[in-house]
Design a protein around this ligand. Structure first.
Ligand code: ATP
Length: 355
C-alpha cells in the first residue's frame, strides 16, 4: 500500500456530484498536483484529505491508517491556503508556534522548532514582526512554516501562490519545492495554473468536471495528452481537422497532405474524421535546401511572424488549417518573413490523434 491511498472517493452536494469515483496512490515524499479549471473538484478533494469534508463514498488512508472519518486535528496534516490566514495579533514566531502550543508541546521544544522553521524559510531576522509589517510572499512563507512546524505527515497546499505577483510566485514556488524535497514531505498541491503545475510537480492529476482526465509526470502530460481536454488545457496546441487514411500505416490527411504518426490509432477507423494535435515546438523549420526524409515534410507559406524574445512564433497553414510553430531566436540566422515559402517537418512521435 502506498503512503497515501485514496480509494474510490465520491462527493455529492445535494443532487450535484462534485467528485466522481476518484482514486490515487501517492508515494511518501511525492509532490502531486491536482490541476484543473474552476469547479473541477480539486479543492473538494483536498478538503476531504484535510478532513473538512467527508466523502459520500470511498476511503482515505494515510500511512496505513484509515482516516476517512478522523477529524482534521487528528490527521496530522499541514495546510496552506491562498489567503495567508495568519493571526494578525501574533508575531511571526507566535504564528509559527501556534500549532505546537495547541498540541501541548513544551516551551523549550516549541522555541527550538520555531527557530528551526524560521531558518528553513530564511526569515530568522523577522521573528518579532507582525503579519501587517511583511510582504505577501513573506507572509506566505510564514504560513508554510506554521504548517510544517507540527511535522505533519502530509502537506496540503490550496493555490498558495495565487495571491502573489508573478515574480514572487515563481521564486516562492521554487522555494516550496526545495523545502519539500529537503523534508521529503508528501505534498498535495492544488492549482488552476498549468505552468505552475508543470514546473513544480512529480506527478499531475488533470481534473475536469469532477473526473480524472489524465495522471502522469509533467512531461508525459504535456507531450502525450490522452484526451482533447488535456491537450487544450495545457500549453499551446495545434488542432488540425483531419481524416484517417490508413490506421495500419498511421496515415492522416490534413488538407491535401498526408501526415504519418507513430502513435497507435487503435480506436479509429479508416475514413473517420479526427483531430491531429501537435505542439508548436514539435514542428521544425527545415534549413533551405536541406535533405529531409520526405515523409512528414510539407511546403507551406508563412502567414505571420511574432517575435517573442527567445522564441519566434510563425503562423502558417495546411490547407485551411492554421498551424503555429516555434523557432528558437538565433540572432545570427535570418528568419523567414511573411510570404516566404518554407519547408516544415512534423515529428512522427509527436503527432497525436484525438478522436
Ligand atoms: P476553484 O478553482 O474555483 O476553487 P475547484 O476545482 O476547486 O474550483 P471545487 O471548489 O472543488 O472546485 O468545487 C467543485 C464543485 O462542487 C463546484 O461545482 C462547486 O460549486 C461545488 N461545491 C463545492 N463545495 C460545495 C458546497 N459546500 N456545497 C455545494 N456545492 C459545493
Amino acid at each position: 500500500m502506498a503512503f497515501l491511498e485514496i480509494s474510490n472517493i465520491q462527493k455529492r452536494f445535494g443532487s450535484q456530484t462534485a467528485v466522481h469515483d476518484f482514486s490515487i496512490s501517492i508515494e511518501k515524499g511525492e509532490f502531486i498536483t491536482f490541476l484543473g479549471p474552476s469547479g473541477c473538484g480539486k479543492t473538494t478533494i483536498l478538503r476531504m484529505l484535510a478532513g473538512f469534508e467527508a466523502p459520500s463514498v470511498g476511503s482515505i488512508v494515510f500511512d496505513g491508517k484509515d482516516v476517512t472519518h478522523v477529524p482534521t486535528a487528528k490527521r496530522n496534516v499541514g495546510m496552506v491556503f491562498q489567503s495567508y490566514a495568519l493571526f494578525p495579533n501574533m508575531t511571526v514566531a507566535e504564528n509559527i508556534g501556534f500549532g505546537l502550543k495547541v498540541a501541548n508541546v513544551g516551551k523549550d521544544e516549541t522555541e527550538a522548532r520555531v527557530r528551526e522553521m524560521l531558518k528553513l524559510i530564511k526569515l530568522d531576522a523577522l521573528a518579532e514582526r507582525y503579519p501587517w509589517q511583511m510582504s505577501g510572499g513573506q507572509q506566505q512563507r510564514v504560513a508554510l512554516a506554521r504548517a510544517l512546524a507540527n511535522r505533519p505527515k502530509v502537506l496540503l497546499l490550496d493555490e498558495p501562490l495565487s495571491a502573489l505577483d508573478a515574480k514572487i510566485r515563481i521564486s516562492l514556488r521554487e522555494e516550496i519545492r526545495e523545502l519539500q524535497r529537503e523534508l521529503h514531505i508528501t505534498t498535495v498541491f492544488v492549482t488552476h495554473d498549468q505552468e505552475e503545475a508543470l514546473s513544480i510537480s512529480d506527478r499531475i492529476v488533470v481534473l475536469n468536471e469532477g473526473r480524472v482526465e489524465q495522471t502522469g509526470t509533467p512531461s508525459a502530460i504535456y507531450n502525450f495528452p490522452r484526451t482533447r481536454f488535456v491537450a487544450s488545457f495545457i500549453g499551446t496546441l495545434n488542432q488540425l481537422s483531419g481524416e484517417v487514411v490508413d490506421t495500419a500505416k498511421g496515415e492522416i490527411r490534413v488538407g491535401t497532405q498526408v501526415l504519418v504518426t507513430s502513435n497507435p490509432l487503435d480506436d479509429l477507423k479508416n475514413g473517420q474524421k479526427c483531430t491531429l494535435a501537435i505542439r508548436p515546438e514539435a514542428i521544425t523549420l527545415d534549413a533551405p535546401g536541406a535533405v529531409t526524409n520526405g515523409k512528414n515534410t510539407v511546403q507551406t507559406v508563412v502567414d505571420d511572424v511574432s517575435f517573442l524574445g527567445s522564441i519566434v512564433r510563425m503562423r502558417t497553414h495546411l490547407g485551411a488549417e492554421v498551424v503555429s510553430m516555434d523557432v528558437f531566436n538565433d540572432p545570427n540566422q535570418k528568419l523567414p518573413v511573411r510570404g516566404d515559402t518554407v519547408s516544415l517537418s512534423f515529428a512522427f512521435e509527436n503527432l497525436l490523434v484525438l478522436a
